[in-house]
Write a protein that binds this ligand. Structure first.
Ligand code: AMP
Ligand code: MN
Ligand code: MN
Length: 318
């Protein structure tokens, strides 16, 4: 795909990504936004997205994001990144109203919801895909490179996860040639944790439970605890990855309460369990080794339901 050819001539272009935007979502949306503003100076280009976490304030133009989407805005072209339209929140209505829609994503569970789709399930990140669809690399600059680099490091765990491919490292090599301080970027946006984040991580690890003979681990944070620490959902990022690296653990489950009898569930796998399949069964989605869903029921119901699907896969493998 050459994104410029797809949007050429449009007077208005909207860009959005999924709710509770992560680093790849923010990086890909902002990288594409900064590029399209340069490539299509005549067009009205707008980002409609939930407010990103403070760590992303280093990205140029982040304050220009429209965080209060009403769903009434009408665009000639609307682009959904890092998700299918069902995860766009209010912006889904703008997607449905647009004359032309484009979907760029790397989730295996997304079959493409746009008039034009660029879905590459094996790709490290949507940010890497944005680098690919910008054919005219002469318009790239340090700020675009920085945004895309943030997206790649977040979705690969700083080039650690198995989704890191030779193409990912080549793209990253091109991006750092623009000369931003990538060491600081990695520390400030990926590794640095606030005191509250560390406290809640400690608590989640302390209360975690091993099951299925040590092959699975689960932990949960309820609303009361989140209120006590004044924690936001993004303060819980990284907890599930820390649970997953417990020796012997194949599959980690972390959940936090979003409502009465409702939890946001995160799943991580060492590779032997396809957690995208597990999440999809419960209406969510994701990747083979990292997936999520929103589930209803008590903590114990949810763990039981997830365990059944996980155990089934483990039995099949034996
Ligand atoms: P999380 O555990 O929320 O960090 O999500 C892990 C991966 O699964 C990310 O790539 C998410 O974008 C994806 N994911 C999480 N929740 C859902 C969902 N409800 N539907 C589709 N994909 C999801
Ligand atoms: Mn994402
Ligand atoms: Mn992603």
């Amino acid at each position: 795909m050459n994104i410029y050819n797809e949007v050429k001539g449009a007077a208005s272009i909207g860009i959005s990504g999924h709710e509770r935007p992560d680093g790849d979502c923010v990086g890909s949306v902002m990288g594409l936004y900064l590029y399209l503003k340069k490539a299509c100076p005549e067009a009205r280009v707008q980002v409609l997205l939930e407010k990103p976490a403070d760590i992303f304030s280093c990205i140029q133009g982040i304050e220009e994001i429209h965080t209060n989407c009403t769903g009434d805005e009408v665009f000639d072209v609307f682009i959904a990144l890092d998700a299918a339209k069902d995860r766009l929140g209010q912006a889904k209505e703008c997607f449905d109203k647009a004359a032309k829609t484009i979907n760029i994503d790397h989730h295996v569970t997304n079959s493409g919801c746009g008039d034009v789709n660029y879905i590459v399930p094996g790709a490290s990140s949507t940010s890497e895909l944005i680098y690919d669809v910008i054919e005219d690399k002469t318009l790239l600059d340090q700020e675009i490179a920085k945004a895309l680099y943030i997206g790649i490091i977040h979705d690969t765990g700083v080039f650690q996860y198995s989704n890191t491919a030779p193409s990912t490292l080549r793209t990253a090599a091109e991006l750092i040639s623009y000369g931003f301080d990538f060491t600081e970027l990695i520390e400030k946006t990926f590794y640095e944790k606030t005191y509250i984040q560390n406290q809640i991580l400690g608590r989640a690890l302390l209360e975690s439970i091993l099951f299925m003979e040590g092959k699975c681990v689960v932990s949960m944070v309820d609303k009361k605890t989140m209120n006590f620490y004044r924690a936001q959902p993004h303060d819980l990022d990284g907890i599930v990855s820390q649970l997953r690296v417990t020796k012997g653990v194949e599959c980690a489950i972390f959940m936090y309460q979003t409502n009465t009898l409702e939890y946001k569930v995160s799943l991580r796998s060492g590779g032997s369990v396809d957690v995208a399949k597990v999440a999809e069964f419960f209406g969510g989605g994701g990747h083979t080794r990292a997936a999520g869903a929103t589930m209803r029921g008590t903590f114990h119901d949810i763990v039981n339901n997830l365990s059944d699907r996980i155990a089934e896969q483990m039995r099949e493998k034996q």
